[in-house]
Write a protein that binds this ligand. Sequence first.
Ligand code: NG1
Ligand code: MG
Length: 517
Amino acid sequence: MAGSVPIARSLSDIYTPDALPTQAKRWNNLLAKFEEVYGHPAEFISRSPGRVNIIGEHIDYSLYSVLPMAITADALLVVSTALTPTTPGTFKVQIANVQDSKFPSREFDIPYETVDIDATVHEWTNYFKSGLRGALEHLRRKRGADFKPSSMKILMDGTVPAGGGLSSSAAFVSASALAIMVANGEHTVNKTELTELAIVSERAVGVNSGGMDQSASVFSERGSALFVSFAPSLKARPVYFPKTNPELTFLVAQSFVTSDKFVTGPIHYNLRVVECSLAAAYLNAVLNPPGTQLPPDAAPLGISLHGFHETYFALREHGAGATSSKPVPDQLDELITLTKQTLTQVEGYTREEIASVLNISVDELNARFTSRFPVRAERFKLRQRALHVFSEALRVLKFMALLETGPSGDDTASYNSQLGALLNETQTSCRDVYECSCEEIDTLCAIARKAGSYGSRLTGAGWGGCSVHLVPADKVAEVRDAWDREYYSKLNLTEDQKEAAVVVSRPGNGSAVCFVK
Ligand code: NG1
Ligand code: MG
């Protein structure tokens, strides 16, 4: 059914041909391991992939559109429901991981009504539990308050590197939510519903994330990138890259700097989300006449406390901008100009300064903006964060326009350079304005550009993790060699790490369910 998560009949429905031999071996091992651990065969496997983001960084939580694509690496949950709960009023979950030394097995008796998640401890099963919580809330709304969830035995295998910017977390949460739906008899799972519940659930682990990763994980289609928009509601559509000569490839290169949002959230990721919300609220307070200002929770999916997008809608209708007929790129240009005029303090703003413009007390500001996801900062760089968001949203639109027009005539080299230049501008903005890059990523980008990459940048949250590079097929070997020589040989990498350091990323399929015959 269109719009629902596909039920795969064979592995070739899920993976690209080049990945099949490795995946077939992995799936057989997994099914055998399930029998070994639980003593009987599994019923089904739920699958959700990681993603690489091509362009549109740190703007999803401000509800601007992004362009990611799914990768082959994924989270698999092998499941059976042949398990009887032992405590009245609860159901049972047994969960094991193929990497059991790193992720030990757990068993939970969970009350029908609530799933407790302790976001203060770093525990691998919290990602499962957050998918569980979201899926059960969804099922309870659908089936009624006396719904009794099914018990489950699970074996998990994740191949997306954790903390590597390829979104292992969203793959795990989406695959978990999907597994829970199927285990409870929902074989037709709506992609939009699954994505929305995965987005909201993942915040239970303590990161105030946007919706790009879950959308990419659920909706992606082989051979295409995915244009995801969040406002006024979640929409995703495949986008194809035009044929060029030489052909374009995306290389994904690990920096091996692990950035864990769970640990660094208060000074990195969650702080950026707060800075964006504060900047939106500040612009709204200054630019929109009193009486037209927005309620603090106006954004869909609860994504942003106070989205730029809504600020702009209010602006268009009542305020300084009042330009409703302008096309979106012009609106963004206008927001850039207004930001430069309004948010003039380069050194940032204190809580007191912001509270006084919003006409609230500092306590109220803290309660409204920094209580659910705590942050640590003396000053909030509202100007820089807003400027990154608007310019990045604009770059996504320019990139899309280039993809839609395609190259003119045979001159694909200059076309490729234009695409690449936008990626390079993103990296500069992430590094200097949003301050979410790191030296190692900057180095990887510089090496790649010198060896023939058209455009190189961080992908995902940043502060480490992965980088993505738009490289013509005939320069791939050169770029790889340069990284080996100038970057990887200087790290103390294991053979496995060397093997996984660089991948040619082919856009893959999104979530799927596969029943075991
Ligand atoms: P990573 O850390 O790469 O999973 C995060 C967010 C995205 C988005 C990007 C930055 C989660 C689940 N994902 O990705 O929503 O904001 O950073 O563009 O936190
Ligand atoms: Mg993540």
